[in-house]
Design a protein around this ligand. Structure first.
Ligand code: NA7
Length: 536
């Protein structure tokens, strides 16, 4: 559990122009833009400080999987020039320091209520205002509400029988305690093999007496080959910065794409696949055109990673268990690691394949599978998130006629452009479902959404409109388009959190937008007077 500071304060009751929920990268920039426009803003954040995902996910080895130089805001040249990333993939403390630097530089903290959770918000159709209520008893009226609650912020509930009965220490990677945990000499159970487990296992294994990794689904992971950034690399990046910004402005998702029109032969594809081991991490997936659309291309990439696992892991049987076989490369989020597969060559690391011997329960002394009882001192849950919709549905959001968002999204999330929801006027969702979000560079997507939302708010102010929301038919068309785009890819072949498949009972709907030209489309919609939106 997180060790939140506990601060006492009186409940706040006030009216503002806008409420921003979240003080991660989306929320901080939104607050800054709203304030710059002369609007009054109340930010609300569950953590005791800024940083969002980087505030909570403090487990050993947590770092970004997009190069730090790209995992940066682009809206302010001064900020860009004064910040220097030390490593190719920045570690969590440095990214959190960056969020703090941004909050200080733009003096954003005074706008926030920290250690405060929004529990309810309802649209008052007479006043045309939202009433936002928090777990501290705050009641804040606002004309606009912007949720910047993150795509991976609501931890998935631990769905393992007996988890509460364990008498040792247990931790969740997504709510890691502040301060270090001493694993020296301890027997550790790691549950899960997603990015969080893949990043933290090698570091925990360096200290623990033993680490037992409980794997339900083996994952594809690419080497980070992380290292210090050199002055020359930074200078080169800065020299190319105008072109990079231009690319973002004209619709690049903030990560490179394969060259257009390149139709490689099989031999060329095999050669290109070698780039997967170059250390370019997730960006290296872009060397294989149509990776997530063309099974032939995908197999070449996947086979390359499979061969690497076989080469790295000395025990062939163990290598085979660690090899993903039943979903295409990239259709569950690929991981970027430092020595993950090699860690299984250590004497103190063992793998339990839950497909062979399913997990039965956690009990007082450890973890029990159908094959054995594993007594441990520590259990680390790296079991993932209720992605993309979890944080939104965790608040009781009521739109027109008191209709609950939970009801509106009972069959899966429905939005227009991932930015607004029909029947929920003046509510904007930064990187909401139906936008590229987790398939893009999150910081650039946050900036793109915030800029678009700010444009919409300015437009409403100038044109004297009091509400804005999607027209139901435009929203339906967008939802259809999002699904059609996903259906043309290999993504639906995987039981991924992109599909909501990791949370029991969650509707199976592919949530991010995989089509091309998303930003161009958003800009066109705005240029046409917010086509598809009802401005009243
Ligand atoms: P992920 O990628 O959702 O991984 C969660 C892992 O936990 C995954 O291997 C799951 O197996 C496993 N899991 C979840 N519940 C269970 C139970 N009940 N029993 C056994 N194993 C379980 O979350 P992460 O935090 O690692 O990464 C999330 C994102 O953060 C990542 O993609 C980056 O973008 C950053 P499964 O695959 O469901 O079989």
């Amino acid at each position: 559990m997180a060790e939140n500071k506990t601060s006492e304060r009186a409940a706040v009751s006030k009216a503002v122009d806008a409420v921003v929920v979240g003080a991660g990268f989306g929320g901080l920039y939104m607050t800054h833009r709203l304030r710059q426009a002369g609007l009054s803003v109340q930010g609300i954040e569950a953590g005791y400080d800024v940083g969002g995902t980087w505030f909570w996910n403090r487990y050993p080895g947590a770092r970004c999987d997009i190069p730090s130089l790209l995992y940066s805001y682009t809206f302010d040249d001064g900020l860009r020039d004064e910040w220097r990333w030390s490593e190719k993939y920045a570690p969590q403390p440095e990214i959190l320091a960056y969020a703090n630097h941004v909050a200080n530089r733009f003096d954003l903290r005074p706008n926030y209520l920290f250690e405060t959770k929004v529990i309810r918000m309802a649209f008052d159709e007479v006043k045309q205002r939202w009433l936002v209520e928090t777990d501290r008893g705050d009641r804040i009226e606002a004309r606009w509400v912007v949720t910047a609650t993150g795509c991976l912020s609501q931890p998935k509930a631990v769905d393992i029988q007996g988890a509460d009965s364990f008498e040792g220490e247990s931790y969740s990677t997504s709510r890691w305690p502040h301060g270090s945990i001493d694993f020296t000499g301890k027997r550790v159970a790691m549950i899960g093999t997603g990015s969080s487990a893949i990043q933290s296992t090698p570091l925990i294994a360096e200290h623990a007496a033993k680490v037992t990794v409980f794997q339900r689904t083996p994952n594809f992971s690419l080497p980070a080959k992380n290292r210090e950034l050199t002055d020359q690399e930074i200078a080169e990046f800065m020299a190319g910065y105008p072109a990079y910004k231009e690319a973002l402005a004209t619709g690049s998702p903030g990560i490179p794409l394969p060259p257009e029109g390149w139709a490689p032969s099989e031999a060329e594809l095999r050669q290109a696949a070698e780039h997967l081991w170059s250390g370019d991490g997730l960006l290296s997936l872009a060397v294989l055109p149509n990776l997530t659309r063309d099974e032939r291309v995908n197999k070449i990439g996947a086979d390359y990673v499979r061969a690497k696992i076989k080469e790295i892991v000395k025990d062939p049987e163990l290598a085979d268990k660690l090899t993903p076989k039943d979903f295409p490369l990239g259709t569950k989020r690929a991981c970027v690691d430092t020595d993950y597969y090699a860690t299984f060559n250590r004497d103190n690391v063992e793998l339990v394949d839950l497909r062979e011997t399913p997990l039965v329960e956690v009990n007082a002394t450890g973890v029990k599978t159908t094959g054995a009882q594993y007594d441990v001192d520590v259990i680390v849950y790296a079991t993932g998130f209720d992605a993309m919709t979890g944080a939104l549905l965790n608040m009781d959001i009521r739109g027109r006629q008191g209709r609950a968002l939970r009801e509106a999204w009972a069959d899966g999330p429905k939005t227009l452009l991932g930015l607004q929801i029909a029947g929920f006027p003046n509510l904007f969702t930064v990187t909401g479902p139906g936008s590229p979000s987790v398939l893009s560079n999150m910081i650039t997507s946050c900036e793109q959404h915030v800029d678009w939302i700010m444009g919409a708010i300015e437009h409403m102010r100038k044109s004297g409109k009091s509400t804005m929301e999607p027209k139901p038919e435009a929203q339906e068309a967008w939802v259809r388009h999002v699904n059609e785009q996903a259906d043309q890819t290999l993504f639906p072949k995987a039981n991924s959190w992109y599909m909501g498949a990791n949370v029991p009972g969650k509707p199976r709907v592919f949530m991010p937008y995989v089509g091309e030209g998303y930003k161009v489309r958003c800009d066109e919609v705005a240029a046409k007077g917010y086509e598809g939106f009802e401005l009243a």
